[in-house]
Design a binder for this molecule. Structure first.
Ligand code: GLU
Length: 473
């Protein structure tokens, strides 16, 4: 059996979109599952849509996500160059071969004529230049007339191929247009370049978005016209943001990088996007990349679009966060702590131990640590707690003793608070409630009274308790 070769062929038009990354992932998984090669090719023939810097984002995203390509612009390989604009000279020769055997033709129609036929109701090019004699064509080429090369699609019959997900696809040839293969600037169109490059790069499994499903017959006619073996095709349904809109950068939908910034782990992003259009036979949902390589199969690829659900991705992420050791959690969380000035000076290692069981996505750190900003000017009515039957008066009565035991017994604070309650006739819950509110001024905190004191440290705890006493008057 021939080695499986798949490719991801993004156009550098901005950041790497989640939908694009999913295509890359499936192409990677299919190649690796079959012991084959995964190739990255940059399709930059549409210079108008080119966004500077996006190629670098593609490289770094793929690498960061673990989708390591065997061949590509920045890693080389035997089939390069892997950037389409650097392959410009290869295409014309093949287009000429198609002209030779009647599968394509030179077209000299100018913009005015094309506009005219369209204004007269034509929905596609009318093959006008197909009737030019060989001599006429040569004369116009010699004269230096501007031209394009168009594919010559048969007017009758149909073209069928078998998509590995969708099965047999048949398109009537009359539905297809004589698309341009080589533009007047000499650049190939996507329609032509993808065929030539896939062939020259030995790509035998083409995995891409379903929007290409119905133009694939055109590509197959080109393969046939050039005497090349057609590849296998796997088309993927889109990822939707809701029932009617595709997930897209046009709507500002998040990219891989945005999700990393939001505090999703790369393993979870890859895991989740694998599930957007594929499911395993046993309905398992948590997969590492290597498990995906093992489990991925085309029979699990969905025939219908999937809806991106950030809550579901949060849940998947939380499974990965739970698996982190406290040290791993802390190392990762450090990247986020820097965003919050109020965390300066705290024992962040200790903070991590409090947060690690509560964070689902690392940006939750913001919400979970907001309590640290509550102390200044907090509402003293927070001391009132119906369950514990506490209020401002109880707080006033307790605070001097709480300050004292913080001063003298900080190292055994828990026991000291319990002993104090017993001695003074308070329930444990009452003491802990008053103490925690006095320290933080926050209704809810990621940890109890003693944990808050340990987080703030003895000095800051004392400062706050004294300040609170002053406010109580
Ligand atoms: N450059 C095309 C795109 O970004 C690739 C399509 C394909 O994979 O053939 O949509």
């Amino acid at each position: 059996m021939k080695e499986v070769r798949t490719r991801f062929a993004p156009s550098p038009t901005g950041y790497l979109h989640i939908g694009g990354l999913r295509t890359a992932l499936y192409a990677y998984l299919y190649a690796k599952k079959n012991g084959g090669k995964f190739i990255l090719r940059i399709e930059d023939t549409d210079r108008e849509r080119y966004v500077p810097g996006s190629v670098e984002i593609i490289y770094s995203t793929m690498r960061d996500a673990g989708l390591i390509y065997d061949e590509g612009p920045d890693v080389g390989g035997d089939y390069g160059p892997y950037i389409q604009s650097e392959r410009k000279n290869a295409y014309l020769e093949y287009a000429k071969q198609l002209v030779e055997n009647g599968s394509a033709y030179y077209c000299f129609c100018d913009k005015e004529r094309l506009e005219k036929i369209h204004s007269e109701g034509a929905t596609k090019y009318d093959k006008h230049c197909l009737s030019l004699s060989k001599e006429e064509v040569q004369a116009r080429l010699d004269r230096g007339d501007s031209y394009v090369i168009r594919q010559n699609i048969p007017l009758t019959g149909s073209t069928t191929y078998t998509d590995m997900v969708f099965g047999d696809i048949t398109v009537e040839n009359k539905e297809l247009e004589d698309n341009i293969l080589i533009k007047s600037d000499g650049m190939p169109t996507y329609n032509f370049a993808n065929v030539v490059d896939d062939h020259l790069m030995g790509i035998n499994y083409v995995i891409r978005g379903v929007e290409y499903l119905s133009s694939t017959p055109k590509y197959n006619l080109m393969y046939d016209g050039l005497g090349w073996e057609r590849p296998h095709y796997i088309h993927l349904q889109p990822i939707m943001r809701d029932a009617t809109h595709k997930l897209s950068k046009r709507y500002g939908d998040a990219s891989y990088e945005d999700f990393i910034k939001k505090g999703f782990l790369k393993e979870a992003i890859i895991n989740y996007i694998a599930l957007l259009g594929w499911s395993s036979k046993d309905n398992t949902e948590k997969f590492s990349l290597s498990e995906l390589v093992e489990k991925f199969d085309l029979s699990g690829v969905s025939h219908s679009p999937s809806i991106f659900d950030e809550q579901k991705m949060r849940y998947i992420n939380s499974l990965y966060v739970k698996e982190m050791t406290e040290d791993e959690f802390h190392d990762y969380a450090m990247k986020f702590y820097g965003n919050y000035d109020y965390l300066k000076g705290l024992d962040l290692r200790y903070l991590s131990s409090l947060l690690c069981s509560r964070v689902e996505v690392f940006s939750d750190i913001g919400k979970l640590t907001e309590f640290l900003t509550c102390f200044d000017g907090f509402d003293l009515s927070l001391f009132a707690n119906a369950k514990w039957k506490t209020d401002v008066e109880v707080a006033k009565a307790m605070l001097p003793s709480l300050i004292e035991l913080t001063e003298n017994s900080f190292d055994s604070l828990h026991d000291a608070l319990i002993a104090y309650g017993e001695k003074a006739g308070y329930k444990k819950g009452q003491v802990l409630w008053i103490y925690r509110i006095a320290l933080t001024g926050a209704q809810s905190t990621p940890g109890g009274a003693v944990e808050m004191a340990l987080l703030l440290g003895k000095e800051e705890s004392l400062r706050r308790l004294n300040e609170c006493l002053k406010r109580l008057g």
